[in-house]
Design a protein around this ligand. Structure first.
Ligand SMILES: [Zn+2]
Ligand SMILES: [Zn+2]
Length: 718
């Protein structure tokens, strides 16, 4: 048999599959093309030929799948969306996928583990049928209807065998949360939103202690900002969000959380980018970005630059968008999406939109669908609750924003799970000041009608956004803590089982839900070149044996907002297998069994950091080719080094911005020509205060800005 190096995505319609042995199945022919266009060949080798920042990718295409499956109509901006029934499309598919191929390279009794008689579901090949699975050395080596045997056996009769659930959004990177998650069917858990710093050491620590699930992380842009803008906070070794709260508290102790509120100069921006680049070099999966937590401190240019650092590696940026949760023009959530979306488009970079379950989600999903149809690797995630959870000091929860701008009421929306009560405005302000990292739940009733729709959006993945549990003394809950000790959002315990239950109650095809739980995260991360994800999220020969085995009729979440029930484990998931090793047996997490593997890019010898340089910017983007005159930045750079602008009442780039602009223009006009150049000072002006002041074209004679292309010397001689 000839093995092709190209492959096609499974598409809706009648398909003929051919067996490529260890390479799995390939769609050889399409009988019915529901997309109205021909399925396109994907050349993965070429797609990942990314070198030196030049993206030579031939576009992936998801077009054959999406438009046909998603028939979207909406009436008015605030109306609910109406999706045409997914089932109508999928019922046509199931008729065409009755074909079941016996995939087996071995029927000998040399399997480490066999899973017998389960209903095997694989979204990539659209396979849904009974099969026995043989596992050896952590990989799937047999999928067959023949009898097979092995050293260990699981009788999966009456159960579904699915690719292990992949959770791309977990802040609880600690053993207790891993245990909770295993009960919920998760085999791979990664913090792509907050990420980690000193990623090389982070992976080394996990390897040393061992881990029960697969683990991975993004490079943390917010924590790189913490290192640069809060130098008084001493951080030894790697840092992820399970232990970050105490450092966030420390950063705010001087009255200013620099990571959140301090605007970058070119120099600090370069310092942040340098840190992120180093963690990407060490194999981080992409860039974690949280503009909403620094909506006043993060300039659009700094965010663009953060995405560019990731794009040089062809890796994704995962974003908690700047105006997430706002429906108030001009801070509508979609605007916060648009900035990272536009950046990703022009950088030709992958994009993950985190928890796209707030206002504007319909607009964002529609744009993501259109982007995928144009060959871009972009996707989103949701958690199946109307409520969310975060730290109380989150920038968007400040009274001026949350109540005065967004129109919410603390008494109706901000719930403290540890105190089992809602806050008043006064209580909120006081607690946020005294304990900025305290975990609260945000109740958002307006989301309730949206929830059934999220279950039915293609390429929307399920991620928990789960946060660590702490004891009153601030220590992390240990692995063997009682489940009743966990205080936090119930999504930490019940996220994935809840999705399965809601999908069942709403008549969503199981194939589709499994794609949301496992496949699409693996697909999109794999398409960034990540081998560990190309090998997961599928049940095919040669793939990694991460398997979640559940009862489709009874699987359910049990966690609730009631005190003592926040961490109640899910039920109906009796077996979870990680890298071919049973970690959950008879619904019990096996203590000390740690087969988890790193999800990581190979470490590279050289980083790809390229500092922003204003002279270069001008030479690249204007016709100006001259040494720039000195611009006095009025001591802002020096003051920033002393951190003074962050103190109350001091010269602050935040509050004096307009005044500074005015003074800067005057100052500039007085500067003698040819007085030399100062890259740093000029940088501070051009980038810290926005590009609206075009120094190089300011005419001292006419006392106004001249159009681009006007030569300075000509004007001065008039
Ligand atoms: Zn978030
Ligand atoms: Zn989060």
């Amino acid at each position: 048999m000839e093995v092709s190096t190209t492959r096609r995505r499974p598409v809706a319609g009648t398909q003929t599959l051919i067996d490529l042995g260890e390479l799995g199945l390939q769609v050889a022919a399409i009988g019915e093309d529901m997309a109205g266009g021909k399925p396109q060949v994907i050349d993965r080798t070429d797609h990942h030929a990314l070198r030196g920042g030049v993206h030579k990718a031939r576009k992936l295409t998801y077009a054959p799948v999406d438009p046909a499956m998603l028939q979207l109509r909406y009436r008015a901006r605030d109306d609910l969306l109406e999706f045409a029934s997914m089932r109508r499309c999928l019922s046509g598919v199931s008729a065409g996928i009755l074909l079941f191929l016996s995939q087996s390279v071995s029927v000998a009794q040399d399997h480490d583990l066999v899973v017998l008689g389960g209903r095997v579901i694989d979204p990539e090949t659209m396979h849904d049928g009974a099969a026995n699975i043989g596992i050896r050395d952590g990989r799937i080596v047999a999928i067959t209807q023949d009898a097979i045997d092995g050293k260990e056996k699981i009788d999966a009769t009456g159960l579904v065998v699915a690719p292990g659930f992949i959770d791309t959004h977990v802040h609880g990177v600690d053993p207790f949360l891993v245990k909770l998650r295993l009960r919920d069917g998760v085999t791979t858990a990664m913090d792509l939103e907050a990420g980690a710093i000193r990623v090389g050491e982070w992976y080394a620590q996990k390897k040393e202690t061992g881990w029960q699930t697969n683990y991975g992380t993004n490079a943390s842009h917010p924590m790189a900002r913490l290192l640069v803008h809060d130098p008084e906070v001493k951080i030894d070794g790697p840092l992820d969000f399970s232990v970050a709260p105490k450092y966030l508290n420390a950063a705010a102790a001087d009255g200013v959380a620099g990571w959140s509120t301090t605007k970058d100069t070119v120099d600090t921006m370069n310092a942040v980018s340098r840190l992120v680049d180093e963690d990407l070099r060490e194999g981080a999966l992409g860039v974690a970005a949280m503009p909403a937590y620094m909506a006043r401190g993060l300039t659009t240019y700094a965010l663009f630059e953060a995405q560019r650092v990731g794009a040089r590696y062809g890796r994704h940026t995962a974003v908690h968008t700047r105006f997430h949760l706002s429906s108030a023009t001009p801070t509508e959530a979609a605007l916060g999406f648009d900035e990272v979306f536009a950046n990703a488009v022009v950088l030709d970079a992958p994009l993950l939109v985190l928890h796209d379950n707030g206002y504007s989600w319909w607009e964002i999903e529609e744009k993501l669908q259109l982007a995928r149809a144009r060959g871009m690797n972009m996707w989103s995630e949701y958690f199946p609750w109307a409520s969310g959870s975060t730290i109380i000091s989150a920038d968007f929860l400040r009274p001026e924003i949350w109540e005065d701008t967004y129109g919410n009421k603390y008494e109706e929306t901000i719930y403290d799970p540890q105190l089992d009560k809602f806050y008043t405005r006064a209580e909120f302000v006081e607690t946020a000041r005294n304990e900025p990292a305290r975990n609260i739940v945000i109740i958002m009733k307006w989301r309730e009608p949206w929830l059934p729709l999220w279950l039915a959006v293609p390429h929307m993945t399920v991620a928990s956004d789960s946060i660590s549990g702490h004891r009153p003394d601030g220590s992390l809950l240990p692995w063997n803590a009682d489940y009743t000790e966990y205080a936090g959002h119930p999504r930490a315990a019940g996220n994935h089982a809840r999705t399965l239950r809601l999908a069942r109650e709403n008549g969503i095809p199981l194939m589709f839900t499994v794609a949301q739980l496992s496949y699409w995260a693996a697909l999109h991360l794999g398409d960034t070149g990540l081998q560990a994800m190309k090998d997961r999220g599928r049940i095919q020969l040669g793939k990694v044996a991460d398997l979640t085995i559940f009862d489709p009729e009874t699987v359910t979440d049990n966690a609730s907002y009631k005190v003592g029930e926040h961490g109640r484990p899910s039920t109906g998931i009796p077996y979870v297998i990680v890298n071919g090793t049973i970690v959950v047996r008879d619904s019990k997490v096996l203590e000390g069994v740690k087969p988890g593997q790193p999800i990581r890019f190979p470490v590279e010898a050289e980083g790809r950091f390229e500092p922003v340089d204003v002279n270069r910017w001008i030479n690249n983007n204007t016709i100006t080719r001259r040494t720039l005159p000195t611009v006095d930045d009025m001591g802002v750079t020096e003051a920033l080094e002393r951190k003074e602008p962050q103190k109350e009442g001091a010269l602050s780039p935040d509050i004096r911005r307009d005044e500074l602009r005015k003074k800067t223009l005057t100052q500039y006009a007085r500067t003698p020509r040819g007085a030399g150049s100062s890259r740093t000072d000029f940088s501070a002006q051009l980038f810290a205060y926005g590009p609206s002041i075009q120094h190089s074209f300011f005419c001292p004679i006419h006392q106004q800005l001249e159009p681009a292309g006007t030569a300075w010397t000509d004007l001065s001689q008039k």
